[in-house]
Design a protein around this ligand. Structure first.
Ligand code: CA
Length: 339
């Protein structure tokens, strides 16, 4: 349950696009941001609306975290190439939600250190990041029938390429979410659990009853031809699945994975140098060593061994070569016939 502010102030964000007009509009969400180098300045978040007639609305977002790139690449490309004639309904595209973070190439905003995906429902009178969250919470999410939010691992994680949905209390809604995950047709499809779901955009969309799909499409603070291709095909597949673009989704083989409990996560309890013992997608058995952490203060020290608690495949790994105590070192997911 959200705690609402006693007086619902209007959002300070002004949209230069009209969500009710047919055609293609490229514009901005303009967020006033007064600062030393621009007294009456603004954060200008690019947005595209493509609309034709009546039909469902898809809300497509990337750059929720600023150092994840498949979503922004696929969505800047889609915003440029999607024609109104091919759409029945409405597509709202925000390729870089946390735009200050995206421009800085960082997970969180350089303005207020805000992690947009921990800032929901946001505040109209809060920080810049909270104001962006509030605009999505109160203005954009209510317009949507289906929501696709692209993520990847960013600079500190690397993932198998998957689309994902969460286990939900409303089983009918959950079923519709997993049907959309299947339509996305990434090489892997995941039932995902979160380490801490409070303040997430995912949770905000799901609590409104929306069909919500997220992704993790590799990471390391970059992208590849392969993972960008997965993102581009996946977003078109979701639009086709929603009936907004005609044609059937381009199906492909997917492997269903599950994160059955918090045992799937391994967190570092040491600082040091990571030695991966298995790679992404490799099969592991419960008890297998999946990584070692070598102390680096002196030679002759025994590395700490980190073992899988589950039978499955390595689905995520810490990305940089050095790790700190508390970092997520690895995620092992179980292989399922079908979720
Ligand atoms: Ca992310």
């Amino acid at each position: 349950m959200n705690i609402m502010t006693p007086i619902q102030r209007p959002s300070p964000i002004v949209s230069s696009v009209d969500f009710d007009v047919d055609g293609v509009q490229h514009g901005f969400l303009r967020l006033p941001y007064s600062r030393d180098d621009s007294a009456w300045g603004s954060v200008m978040i690019p947005i595209t609306v493509v609309k034709r007639g009546d039909g469902p609305t898809a809300l497509l977002t990337g750059g929720n975290h600023g150092d994840e790139y498949e979503g922004p690449v696929a969505l800047f490309d889609l915003a440029r190439t999607l024609h109104a004639e091919t759409v029945q309904g409405r597509v709202i595209i925000v390729p870089a939600m946390n735009y200050p973070a995206f421009r800085a190439g960082t997970r969180t905003s350089p303005i207020d250190r805000g992690n947009l995906n921990r800032s929901f429902p946001g505040r109209p009178d809060g920080t810049v990041t909270e104001k962006i969250a509030d605009y999505f919470q109160r203005m954009l999410l209510p317009l949507a029938d289906i929501v696709l939010d692209f993520h990847s691992g960013g600079r500190t994680l690397d993932f198998l390429p998957y689309a994902a949905a969460h286990e939900l209390r409303d089983k009918e809604q959950e079923k519709r979410c997993f049907e959309a995950v299947a339509a996305f047709a990434a090489p892997y499809s995941m039932r995902m659990i979160e380490i801490d779901a409070v303040g997430m955009y995912d949770t905000a969309a799901e609590e409104m009853g929306k069909v919500f799909v997220t992704t993790e499409l590799s990471g390391g603070g970059t992208s590849s031809a392969k993972t960008v291709g997965i993102a581009k095909r996946g977003v078109m597949n979701v639009l086709k699945h929603a009936g907004i673009v005609s044609d059937a989704p381009e199906t492909g083989p997917t492997r269903w994975l599950d994160m059955p409990s918090s045992d799937c996560f391994r967190f570092a309890e040491d600082d040091g140098l990571v030695e991966p013992c298995v790679d992404l997608g490799d099969p592991v058995r419960a008890g297998d060593v999946i990584a070692r952490i070598h102390p680096v203060g002196r030679t002759g020290q025994v590395p700490a061994e980190y073992r899988s608690a589950l039978d499955g495949v390595l689905a995520a790994r810490h990305f940089p070569g050095l790790v700190k105590t508390g970092d997520c070192l690895a995620v092992v997911a179980t292989v399922e016939d079908k979720i």
